[in-house]
Design a protein around this ligand. Structure first.
Ligand code: CS2
Ligand code: MG
Length: 405
């Protein structure tokens, strides 16, 4: 069997997605997600110009060799663009292998380790009351874990809240330049613990709570926040601080027992190696699309498991249903799976372009048995949704200093 044709497909059903379609000479094809939010066309160019020519004529069964060829053979290794391109190839090849074998990908990884995939929802609001009202709704839907994000008084925009938008998909701005938002660590630190104090007072301790700091704090500020939140027993505090310097997490660890999660922007194991071996984190959030695909995710997961670190793959709206399906196959297998971020199955437009084998029931994501990843992509429908350049916001402190968004 040979790779005969490859399509790099770009569409914007509610938001931009880049999808790779690898077609073999037998007609069997596989799909992979190559979406990097705000940098989509960089991955398109990398795939079209530098990856596709190398793959035509190759044996699609050789997933590992092709991964090594695209990684080591790139010479300029690592980075979000390179690894998203490799990820899309990897996912598509696992999809093809499963279709040939007549098995869902999770069976090729090692079979099911659990009945369902524990998911966490996103409860957010303009006020604590609104956020807690939404928390209550998710508890009623059976979620075992919920992320809480609330607007910070005195700040016009706060990460993780909708502001005047109706849903996350509207948040992808198509403004000609990145929208700028303000951040104040002191306003945030003086407010956020109250959200969790009231959440526990109203709903008790059975529901698992997470919170995404989105890299806004320094390590010592993260340590302060972790200590302040200890009475409210979070499942984890996500992206407390950037981990470009992985040693920074030792500072946080020295001061607080609040569990720590990080990894959605990581693209190889090297971004997490010291965090894992020093056991300064508790959950690793690497996404199949950003981390090079299913092949490395399995290896990283086994490495992390040696240090009692659980996997909590990134599950934001800017990952396509193909990535969410790949995560489901990984999650149902992974011995050290922890929890999957779940923001629902998206909009009508999205579901006209993408089909997937996922459903949700009483707090668990369920995976229907279909060969491969169990996904498909309607190319004709996708043509109706034209790509529009969009940017993630940029954040500044109140004095104008450029900060992490
Ligand atoms: C967030 C993401 O879901 C999360 O944890 O950090 O929504 C993140 O903001 C987006 O993926 C950025 O594109
Ligand atoms: Mg996050």
């Amino acid at each position: 069997m040979k790779i005969e044709h490859i399509k790099v497909l770009v569409s914007r059903p509610s938001r931009n997605f880049v999808t790779l379609k690898i077609i073999t000479d037998s007609g069997i094809y596989g799909l992979g997600d190559a979406t990097v939010n705000g940098r989509e066309m960089a991955v398109v160019a990398y795939l079209k110009e530098h990856v596709v020519p190398c793959l035509l004529g190759r044996d699609p069964h050789q997933i590992e060799d092709i991964w090594q060829y695209l990684y080591k053979g790139a010479y300029w290794r690592r980075g979000p663009i390179t690894m998203a391109a490799i990820a899309a190839v990897d996912m598509a090849l696992w999809d093809i292998k499963g279709k040939i074998a007549g098995l869902p990908v999770y069976q090729l990884l090692g079979g099911k380790s659990r009945k369902g995939i524990t998911a966490y929802a996103h409860a957010n609001g303009a006020t604590i009351d609104e956020t807690l009202e939404n928390l209550g709704k998710f508890i009623k839907q059976g979620f075992k874990a919920v992320r809480l994000q609330c607007a910070i008084p005195g700040l016009e925009d706060t990460y993780g809240t909708l502001g005047k938008k109706k849903d996350y998909f509207e948040l992808q701005s198509d403004r000609p330049l990145p929208p700028e938002q303000l951040w104040s660590t002191s306003k945030y630190m003086n407010f956020i613990t109250e959200l969790f104090k009231q959440a526990r007072a109203e709903y008790g301790y059975d529901i698992q709570l997470v919170h995404d700091v989105h890299s806004r704090l320094t390590p010592i500020e993260s340590a302060q926040l972790g200590k302040l939140l200890e009475p409210y027993k979070l499942m984890f505090l996500e992206d407390a601080s950037p981990a470009d310097n992985q040693d920074g997490y030792q500072i946080i660890r020295n001061h607080t027992t609040t569990p720590l999660a990080i990894g959605e922007i990581f693209n190889t194991v090297w971004d997490a190696k010291d965090l894992i071996t020093n056991q300064t984190i508790d959950y690793l959030r690497i996404a199949a699309t950003h981390g090079g695909g299913i092949t490395p995710l399995k290896k990283i997961s086994d490495f992390a498991a040696m240090y009692n670190i659980r996997m909590a793959p990134h599950g934001a709206p800017d990952l396509s249903p193909i990535c969410h399906a790949a995560h489901a196959h990984f999650n149902i297998w992974a011995p050290n799976f922890g929890v999957q971020e779940f923001i629902g199955f998206g909009t009508e437009a999205l579901n006209k372009v993408f089909s997937h084998p996922l459903s949700f029931d009483n707090g668990y994501i369920l995976l229907e048995d279909k060969p491969g990843l169990g996904v498909d992509y309607n190319e004709e429908e996708a043509l109706k949704y034209e790509y529009k350049r969009s940017y993630l916001p940029v954040t500044r402190l109140e004095d104008g200093t450029l900060w992490y968004w």
